[in-house]
Design a protein around this ligand. Structure first.
Ligand code: ADP
Ligand code: MG
Length: 338
């Protein structure tokens, strides 16, 4: 059971919104398309769904080209940012819609609705009006509705971006568990790297309609293909370094990292460096900004090298203070000099 997208191109008039995109999604795999706004994510998803005509390339399921298969016969479940529930139907009516279209009996539909509401954590909500749901609940119902006809592929376009920031983190965790429990192959579109990394097995980074890099999430996180991908994945500072025998030496000192010998570049994310009185990196605070649950420090660590570092809210250093930092290799990406 596999989706194969080969060299897909989509135009709006003369504008090429997606250029030669190829990807595969295997059985039960969650694949994220990650990219900034306007990079062509929704267009590619819509092309795969059959909602947007392709100007080149193919979309195939198990080797069968879907070019002549209309949207509703592809067996794909769709969830968009705002859920788009049927406002005049209650929760059960929304979830039962697909099975009803497929000719399921009343009993089968009721059983399926119960099972799915259980799965999305809304057991007992059958008779609730969808206009009386919170944003998070509405998205759960949209997901249950998409899963109800047992789709062979789930297509999710920014399913959490309409939800409050506080709730979004929890919903992402729930959604990850839910997709695993449902075991359904999924293509997730998001501009939020944390969401992509929390949910997906593999990720493709899209920009300007092109896939810049695709691979297992950890690999893409640790080894961005170039500085552009690295910056999109949260890297704020890039430092030239040299690797020898598993030790990377840079103006930040030495870090143990599993990397081939030779010149490398370290991509630092804000979480890569943190305030630590016993740390080996000495610097001076340039400025600081308060974040929800930490302080973001800007620190000058060596001639001309200014980095971002995290500190606990209670640390409260002042600009000009000498500080010491520790590097966490988990927050450091490695790229090769181009
Ligand atoms: P994303 O989902 O990554 O934000 P989209 O796929 O929606 O990006 O859009 C990709 C590009 O195509 C953007 O430049 C957008 O303005 C353009 N675009 C999207 N939809 C249309 C349309 N219906 N007609 C013309 N241009 C469009
Ligand atoms: Mg979009």
């Amino acid at each position: 059971m596999m989706l194969t997208v080969t060299d897909v191109t989509v135009h709006y008039g003369t504008f090429e919104a997606v250029s030669g995109a190829s990807l595969e999604i295997g059985d039960g795999e969650v694949f994220a398309l990650l990219g900034p706004s306007g990079s062509g994510k929704s267009t590619l998803l819509r092309g795969i769904a059959g909602l947007e005509p392709l100007t080149g390339g193919t979309v195939a399921w198990d080797g069968t080209d879907l070019a002549t298969t209309p949207v509703h016969r592809r067996g794909f479940g769709l969830v968009f940012q705002d859920g788009q529930l049927f406002p005049h139907r209650d929760v059960a009516g929304n979830v039962a819609f697909g099975p009803r279209m497929h000719g399921a009996s009343r009993e089968e539909r009721a059983a399926r609705v119960r099972e799915l509401l259980e799965l999305v954590g809304l057991a007992g909500y059958e008779r609730r009006r969808v206009t009386e749901l919170s944003g998070g609940q509405a998205q759960r119902v949209a997901l249950a509705r998409a899963l109800a006809p047992r789709p062979r592929l789930l297509l999710l376009d920014e399913p959490l971006s309409g939800v409050d920031a506080e709730l979004r983190e929890q919903l992402a965790v729930d959604l990850a568990g839910l997709l695993r429990a449902a075991g359904v192959s999924t293509l997730l579109v998001t501009h939020d790297q944390e969401e992509a990394f929390a949910l997906a097995d593999r990720v493709a980074v899209l920009d300007g309609g092109r896939i810049l890099q695709a691979g297992p999430v950890r690999e893409v996180w640790r080894r961005p293909a170039d500085d552009r991908v690295a910056r999109f994945l949260g890297v704020t500072t890039v430092v030239d370094a040299h690797a020898a025998d598993g030790v990377v030496t840079s103006p930040l000192g030495t870090l143990s990292m599993n990397v081939e010998d030779g010149p490398v570049r370290l991509g630092l994310r804000p979480g890569a460096l943190r305030l630590d009185a016993g740390g080996d990196i000495a610097g001076e605070v340039v400025s600081l900004a308060h974040r929800r649950d930490h302080l973001r420090l800007t620190v000058r660590v060596a001639e001309g090298l200014v980095v971002q570092a995290m500190a606990p809210v209670l640390a409260d250093p002042a600009p000009g203070d000498p500080v010491r930092l520790t590097a966490d290799p988990d927050g450091v990406a490695i790229t090769r000099p181009s």
